[in-house]
Design a protein around this ligand. Structure first.
Ligand code: HEC
Length: 466
């Protein structure tokens, strides 16, 4: 199964799992904030139980409620540092459950209610295809991995209950805009709020923004502007050839063939600062489209959202105007129930440029995408131009590259897919179609009227990857 399909399969499973989990949660009302006296531990022998009859809660059919069980401090620390930016209480960015209290870890998991959450945690921190923390966040280091591994191996015993100041709290912010080196002056927002249906787990929504500029200016920084952290899963910013309605409307996950990606954000992703001498051009012909993937995994009622992007702009034009080009391919077919792995070559016929950011893009059957400049005539040396060795449709971001592409250089993009469906799949904009685009930001902008941003992808020649 392709990874994207796994994610979608998981989403489908959640609806069913919700009932069970809700039941599980209401039983174990344990609350980490009562972290006073405790511990009936007795070295790791205590088998954890999702039921209120917790280990060590001896008889005393009685009056006094058992003290809430708490997480061991080292485990709690790892979750706080690496997981709670999404798995807070309530969870954010489409994460299905909090990872804050001992009870959270003992609850039945969403994807497989027969397994407690801590068992699924053990699986996902070692799952190279769908790791937690999810990219672009760094994987756990060896020490933190060992902390969770040995706790799970000991059957997840409760801790002693006194860890000092543990912040059990909700809403630790992944503070998406931190790291922007400028002050935003323009917000791309919808004309009206999107109302998230309670019964829809997963939807892509698009809206257009017209700035109505009368003179040229430049964007020098971009950051996500997240209104409702509970339901926003990831966001992409496109430029379109013509205006798109400013009312948020459900749209294809694939966007449109005439849209090119300008910026994207997934939880943990960074704002985008253009290099000091470079600005991304904007004028009266600029049409933006914001695409947001919403995820209402916990079936919350009455959620609305007006997320978009914050831009820093300047009318004091920087010497280098940046633009976006697409490498890859627009012509391929992946046979049903088969994998395809192609490498597509395109010769750079323009004047030399500097490529400084890459945004690989495929749809949900994609498994690998990577691009390199293989030098004059393809004879090397090879310069990396962005690679997602385990492609995940849910985690699309720009990342920095540094390549000087000279006239005559051969740019190669490798794309691989796993077609788990019953039909052949080719290039297209619908969710069930595929893509092989490495959007790349470069300067100086090519000004020829014969130039179009998808030309390198449209004219490349592909062969099976060696
Ligand atoms: C940047 C946000 C983010 C971070 C950080 C993050 N997660 Fe997740 N997690 C998610 C999202 C979104 C999902 C649901 C999609 C999926 O399963 O891939 C998820 C799903 C999971 C699941 C699957 C639950 C199930 O029922 O199948 C587990 C387990 C999990 N995360 C554990 C962790 C652990 C442990 C950490 C920290 C070491 C962590 N996550 C860090 C966003 C995050």
């Amino acid at each position: 199964m392709g990874e994207g399909m796994n994610v979608r399969g998981l989403f489908r499973g959640f609806g069913f799992a919700l009932l069970l989990t809700a039941a599980g949660c209401s039983v174990s009302t344990a609350d980490v904030t009562s972290r006073g006296a405790d511990t009936q531990t007795g070295g790791g022998d205590a088998a954890p139980s999702p039921s209120p009859a917790a280990p060590g809660t001896d008889g005393g059919a009685g009056d006094v409620a058992a003290p809430a069980q708490t997480l061991p401090c080292d485990v709690s620390q790892v979750l706080e540092t690496s997981c709670q930016s999404c798995h807070s209480s309530p969870p954010q960015y489409g994460a299905p459950m909090p990872l804050v209290t001992y009870a959270d870890l003992m609850a039945p998991s969403h994807s497989n209610p027969s397994l407690p959450v801590y068992r699924v945690v053990e699986t996902r921190i070692h799952d190279d295809a769908a790791p937690m923390p999810q990219p672009p966040n760094p994987r756990l280091d060896a020490a933190d991995t060992a902390t969770l591994d040995s706790w799970v191996a000991a059957n997840a015993p409760p801790g002693s209950g006194s860890c000092g100041a543990v912040d059990a709290g909700a809403g630790e912010d992944a503070s998406p805009a931190a790291g922007l080196q400028c002050t935003p002056d323009t917000t791309l927002a919808p004309a009206s709020a999107w109302s998230m249906p309670q019964t829809t787990e997963d939807v892509y929504v698009c809206y257009g923004v017209e700035l109505g500029l009368t003179s040229e200016r430049q964007v020098i920084g971009m950051a996500p502007h997240i209104d409702n952290h509970k339901i926003v899963h990831h966001m992409l910013l496109f430029q379109a050839d013509s205006a798109v309605s400013s009312t948020p409307t459900a749209c294809s996950a694939g966007g449109s063939l005439s849209w090119r990606i300008v910026y994207g954000w997934a939880p943990g992703g960074q704002p985008f600062n253009l290099p000091p001498t470079v600005g991304f051009g904007e004028d009266g012909s600029t049409h933006y489209v914001v695409q947001i993937h919403y995820n209402n995994i916990n079936a919350l009622a009455g959620e609305t959202d007006e997320s978009g992007f914050d831009l820093c702009t300047t009318s004091e034009l920087r010497p280098n105007v940046a633009d976006v080009v697409a490498f890859g391919s627009m012509s391929f077919t992946i046979p049903p129930h088969d994998t395809t792995d192609i490498t597509c070559a395109s010769t750079w016929t323009n004047a030399p440029v500097t490529m400084f950011a890459a945004f690989p893009h495929m749809h949900e059957l994609g498994t690998i995408i990577s691009t390199s400049d293989d030098g004059s005539g393809g004879n090397g040396p090879s310069t990396p131009m962005g690679s997602q060795p385990t492609w995940n449709f849910q985690d699309q971001i720009w990342f920095p590259i540094n390549a000087t592409v000279n006239t005559g250089d051969v740019i190669k993009t490798r794309c691989a897919w796993d077609n788990t469906t019953d039909s052949p799949v080719g290039f297209g904009q619908n969710t069930e179609d595929e893509m092989c685009y490495s959007f790349t930001m470069y300067y100086p902008k090519i000004t020829s009227s014969l130039w179009l941003w998808p030309l390198p992808a449209a004219t490349s020649s592909c062969a099976p990857t060696q």
